[in-house]
Design a protein around this ligand. Sequence first.
Ligand SMILES: CSC[C@H]1O[C@H](OP(=O)(O)O)[C@H](O)[C@@H]1O
Length: 346
Amino acid sequence: MKTIEWLGDSLRILDQTKLPVESVYLWTKSYEDVAGAIEHMQVRGAPAIGATAAYGFALGALAYEGSREGLDAYMEKVSARLESTRPTAVNLFWALRRMQDTLREARSVEDLAEVRKLLVQEADKIADDDRRMNRLLGEHGNALVPPKAAILTHCNAGSLATVDYGTALGVVRAAVAAGKEIKVYADETRPFLQGARLTAWELMQDGIPVTLIADNMAGFLMQQGKVDLVIVGADRIAANGDTANKIGTYSLAVLAHVHGIPFYVAAPTSTIDLKMAGGQDIPIEERAGKEIREFRGIPVAPADVPVYNPAFDVTPAKYITGIISEKGVVSPPYSVNFLKIMVRPS
Ligand SMILES: CSC[C@H]1O[C@H](OP(=O)(O)O)[C@H](O)[C@@H]1O
């Protein structure tokens, strides 16, 4: 089941707000449709958001009806709209910058159809790169996984968070493919329940043993010695290794540290933001209080109770054992070792 699929004049998106009950697709035919799908988390997950926004940029160019001279100004508006959807995942901005660079490199191309073709090709490259990098990342991460391991993960960093295969769950898939005896504990991940609705569903689709737990059970599981390692995804990694990921990740990292359990972040290098010195500068998205006060329209709290709903938190680098990327596993000190790994081919 593909997270997203380019159809030549539209982008088909698996509507993740309907999972696991229904597998429903939406066809986005404009950059505004794509922006809405990202904002409403019908597609979510840092790499998936980046690739989706890249196709949204291409859709903007396809819909443009003015002169060649007016295209660049129009595309600035398209890019701004897509950039405004969600602030934390750096992959969104990284992907849109690749599309803007492609447009700039095509400034001498007069034929609008040719420019559009170049933009679609770049979006395809971003999507293809993600598929390829996740498999490389999975192999690097597999080397860290014992022959028999119980892996705790948080949120969804699987196929549904990427174009395919996943990052944290990419490591799980690579370990299973290598014949290792893997079981996964999946945090439900309130309030949006990516773990319960997406990770549990995705792993069961692949026949990978998964046990769903409520977020508040992770510490007890570790205390019982039932977790061998923790692997999570990431939305933005600062130059010093501080990592923004789904809310609740920081708590898991501190618990893993207390229990002496390795805590890994799995992410493509496109998630590393070297311009951001430390985690304190990472913008944290706050979402509607309704996501906490209700579940699928059913009130679970007083309708007028004030809510604080940060969608992400930042885990300090000191709690992160290693960062698994398509170019290899990075160990601390991250500020030094990122520079070494970024120059490696992938
Ligand atoms: C493969 S990175 C996925 C990353 O994105 C998720 O956030 P959201 O579901 O709000 O887009 C979560 O932080 C995952 O770890």
